[in-house]
Each structure stands twice: as structure tokens, then as C-alpha cells.
Design a protein around this ligand. Structure first.
Ligand code: ADP
Length: 151
């Protein structure tokens, strides 16, 4: 106990530190326009996420297309980009144990028919495109997206 209080690394707290993860949350244009930023951040903070960085900006077409490059060629791509450049986005760099998986669960599904009550999208989405938030879906994508937004 004394060892932990002094901040020394024991096998137990080393494991806890290793589990700390960073992920990216975007509060998308419809949620910003509808003044839901504060409520969404409150939901995030109540789940124990630490906000390591926060930024408010408007996507250019080029930057939005780079961010969503994995969806290039899909039928909803043009609509998605038009929406993402339509108004301000608020980006948060978040940290917590198991942050990536837990945040995906908290935001809920992109498909309105699959959204569970209590999830951020269930509460704040205005349809499948204007779905209020984005959260990184893997370690690899979190790294890439954090670099794109906060580099
Ligand atoms: P997620 O945001 O949950 O990771 P996807 O990566 O599948 O979902 O899609 C990225 C974004 O593209 C979604 O959040 C949504 O804004 C938009 N989108 C996805 N599927 C559709 C669709 N069928 N029609 C319109 N927009 C869509």
C-alpha cells in the first residue's frame, strides 16, 4: 500500500497504466448547431474520461475527405462530406482505461434502428448521416485520427 502511495511502479499499477488508452471524439456539426456540446461533454466526463485536448474548428472539404478516406466510393460519401463541412466540429482527445471500446459503446450505432436508449446517438442524432458524434473504432484508427486532428 505504502509503495503505491509513493507512486512507485508495482506489477499491479504498471498493468493499470498500460491499460490507459487515448481515443478521439468528434462532436459533429448537427450537435454543435443544436447546442448539445455541453450535454455531450457532461456525458463523457461522467463516465470518467480525462479530456487531454479540445479544439473547435470547421472541416475543409480536403480535410474531411482525408478523415473519411475509408468511405471514398460509397454512395453516402458525398452527403457525409457535405454535412461535415457544413458547420463547426468540436474535437476531444480523451483518455481512460479501455477508452476506444467503451466510447464506441457510449456513442451507439450509426444505424438509427440499432441505437440503444441512453447512447449519445440515440439522444442527439438527427438521422444516419447527422448522427451527432464520431469515435475512433480501433487502436490503429485512433492513432491516425488523433494525428490528423491534433498534429
Ligand atoms: P461510425 O461513425 O459508427 O464509425 P461508419 O464508419 O460506418 O460509422 O460511417 C461513418 C459515418 O458515415 C457515419 O457516422 C455516418 O455519419 C455516415 N454514414 C454511415 N452509413 C451511412 C449511410 N448508410 N447513409 C448515410 N450516411 C452514413
Amino acid at each position: 500500500m505504502l509503495v503505491v502511495q509513493l507512486g512507485m511502479l508495482t506489477p499491479h499499477n504498471m498493468q493499470a497504466r498500460n491499460m490507459m488508452e487515448q481515443t478521439l471524439l468528434l462532436i459533429k456539426p448537427n450537435a454543435v448547431k443544436n447546442h448539445h456540446v455541453g450535454q455531450i461533454i457532461s456525458m463523457i466526463e461522467s463516465k470518467g474520461y480525462i479530456i487531454r485536448n479540445i479544439q473547435s474548428f470547421r472541416f475543409s472539404k480536403e480535410r474531411a475527405e482525408e478523415f473519411y478516406e475509408m468511405h471514398k466510393g460509397k454512395d453516402f460519401f458525398a452527403r457525409l462530406i457535405q454535412f461535415m463541412i457544413s458547420h463547426t466540429t468540436v474535437a476531444l482527445l480523451l483518455e481512460k482505461n479501455n477508452a476506444i471500446e467503451d466510447l464506441r459503446e457510449l456513442i451507439g450505432d450509426a444505424d438509427p434502428d440499432k441505437q440503444l436508449p441512453g447512447t449519445i446517438r440515440y439522444i442527439f442524432a438527427n438521422g444516419v448521416t447527422e448522427n451527432a458524434v464520431h469515435a475512433s473504432d480501433s487502436k490503429e484508427n485512433a492513432k491516425r485520427e488523433i494525428r490528423l486532428i491534433f498534429a
